[in-house]
Design a protein around this ligand. Sequence first.
Ligand SMILES: [Zn+2]
Length: 327
Amino acid sequence: MALCRATDSGSAGFQPANMGGAASSRATTGSANIPPAQLDRAPREAARVVMIGVDGLGARYIPWEEMPNLRALRDEGTCVVARCHRPTASAINWKSVFSGLPPEIHGYNKWNSTESSIEPPPSALASDGALPDLVAEIRRQRPNAHTALLYSWGGLGFCLATNAASVARHYPGGSHIGDALAAYAGRDSSVFDEGMRQLAKKPLFMLLYQGQVDSTGHATGWGSPEYTNACKNVDANIGRFVDALRAFHLWDDTAIVFVADHGGLDKGHGGKEDIRVFEVPFLVSGGAARGMSLREPAMLMDAAPTILALLGLDIPAQMRGRAAVDP
Ligand SMILES: [Zn+2]
């Protein structure tokens, strides 16, 4: 399990599933006569899933000491180190996150792909002729549900079925690389501001995407002080959002899924050998996930099946990832 705890930053490293603080606190609070796992067994289905996606947040670079809100989610939930897919860039991996497919099948092959570069095999397509997609699947199974996709990088909109969502909003401005970092931080903050407003509509699924960590990595390097500052900005957004969930009394039946698309090295995230590029956090928390454990090994294509499972929805046969939790 060394992978799960290894860290380059010297801060408290990743805690693998079943070894986090929540597990130990459950063990000490349970009655001697009742197994702890039954004391706080989660409901079988989450009333909603909120997915927080942070571009470029490598598992080995997470400054846990500087991210108290993410740390609290980790300690109350379950968290593993997952592997991203090759090539190790954004659109490729976000497409895997939302389609439940590896790049060899979905065909995205560049950081800014907007469509499949190679024709997907016919057997990978659903009856409507499209690749499987998390948001489209939610719409198909729960036609009246409210769903919201909020993101600060326009390329993300090509990685999932925005037309199947109730709300799909890109907060634009600047380019992906070399962007003015303060502007990117402002857009990421706007994503969470709107996310808190969307809570009033009780969304079944909501995506909150953050772009500033990747952008800062490209500008000043993965693990640089500026990179850590970007992580702290994201953490502050998470803190505000969790406070809102609790204030609206939505915490108990919400599952939060937190993933990143790739790590990095120096000022990039290409290459085939360095593990710092491949390792990403895969975390599930929130009241509806209490008592759950993520299974290892996990890959990013497991994200969509995991979210469908958390919602109690069917996982389409075309998805090749697997649900990494047993709700
Ligand atoms: Zn990047």
